[in-house]
Design a protein around this ligand. Structure first.
Ligand code: AHG
Ligand code: MN
Ligand code: MN
Length: 343
């Protein structure tokens, strides 16, 4: 795809997400256009979420929503807004048979008055909620499967599938700019929102992660609970083994989306490992680890639970947690060696 140099003001020549999807469809004659419509509707929803995130301090949308989510965490008003915005934008399009969200205990059925389609979508409407009031980067994460059930309305089976079955996944990061990064299994593409024309424009074609980095990203506050092998791994990253590029730099935003995006761009490792207090870690498999693992693997990186590929984990529950290590393949494998006691 010729990515001609951008001439300011010449938006008519830029690769918008619509043009990109249409181009992809032309390369797949069997494509029915349903997926493109789904992605277009999602892009609409997240533009509205982006607008609200950017003015959250001005309207009464910050702060707690006086409720907790299925994972028992405080829900913020912006979580609720983003969740409802995405459901509203996608339930009527006719591409989905069911949805599931971090904020909803059970699956979200498509209302009877709307047609149902062949996809199932899971999402974390707002990742990094604890950072909202601090105006720190937050984002939306999504994972799309082809349905496996018959009939019209989807079932739990449609959303509780191994990550390897995802047909698309990605995230929208509300940072200094709003960027949509996604994969359909054909590499990773990044689109940056130009708010002056309301279009996502291709800004990061064919994103790839370095095979090794020099940054590690983990919540050191949990150090005392970490398993022994992971503690030794972090000690090694902090050592003066300058011949092997140590010590690494430490960077931790506390919004997975920001930490993963930086890891994708610069390389290194992001981890939320198991610990004595949380043997399954903190992050959720279906709408945090799986989509990020799909993106990172498509960019040439690696994503495991410390041993097994995230994408091959057979899920049992839509809200189940999983330990997560992802990033540059050499870095993740090195961490696995320490965890397994091979180093
Ligand atoms: P969410 O806001 O969707 O609940 O996700 C928060 C997650 C993730 O964004 C981040 O990596 C992690 O929580 C941070 O947890 P700690 O504050 O325990 O480090
Ligand atoms: Mn999250
Ligand atoms: Mn969330």
């Amino acid at each position: 795809m010729p990515n001609r140099p951008y001439v300011p003001g010449d938006e008519t020549r830029l690769m918008t997400i619509q043009r990109y999807i249409a181009q992809e469809e032309r390369m797949h004659p069997e494509a029915t256009g349903e997926f493109s419509t789904l992605l277009r509707n999602l892009a609409l929803a997240v533009k509205i979420v982006s607008r609200e995130v950017r003015r959250a301090g001005l309207v009464d949308i910050l702060g707690r929503a006086e409720s907790t989510n299925p994972s028992g965490e405080d829900v913020k008003k912006l979580d609720v807004f983003a969740n409802q915005m995405i459901i509203n934008a996608l339930e009527s399009g006719g591409q989905l048979c069911v949805m599931a969200s971090e904020e909803n205990e059970s699956i979200i059925p498509i209302p009877e008055e709307f047609p149902c389609g062949k996809y199932a979508m899971l999402f974390d409407p707002l990742d990094g909620s604890s950072n909202i009031e601090a105006n720190v980067t937050i984002g939306t994460v999504f994972s799309i499967f082809r349905r496996v059930s018959d009939g019209c309305r989807g079932t739990d089976a449609d959303v509780v599938q191994p990550g390897i079955k995802q047909v698309a996944a990605g995230y929208i990061m509300y940072g200094s700019s709003t960027i949509l990064v996604f994969t359909t299994g054909n590499g990773v593409q990044g689109f940056t929102l130009d708010p002056t024309i309301g279009s996502f424009l291709l800004s990061h074609p064919n994103m790839t992660i370095p095979s090794r980095g020099n940054i590690y990203s983990v919540n050191e506050g949990n150090r005392k609970q970490w398993d022994e092998g992971f503690q030794r791994y972090i000690d090694y990253l902090q050592s003066n083994d300058t011949v092997h590029g140590k010590p690494y730099k430490a960077r931790y935003v506390g919004s997975m989306i920001a930490d993963v995006h930086r890891t994708l761009l610069y390389g290194g490792v992001f981890a939320y490992p198991s610990d004595h207090a949380n043997p399954n870690g903190k992050l959720r498999l279906m709408y945090e680890a799986n989509p990020m693992a799909f993106v990172i693997e498509q960019a040439g990186g690696r994503a495991t639970d410390g041993a097994e590929r995230i994408l091959e984990i057979v899920p049992t529950d839509v809200h189940q947690r999983v330990p997560l290590l992802l990033g540059s393949a050499d870095d993740v494998r090195e961490a696995e060696d320490f965890i397994a006691g091979r180093r």
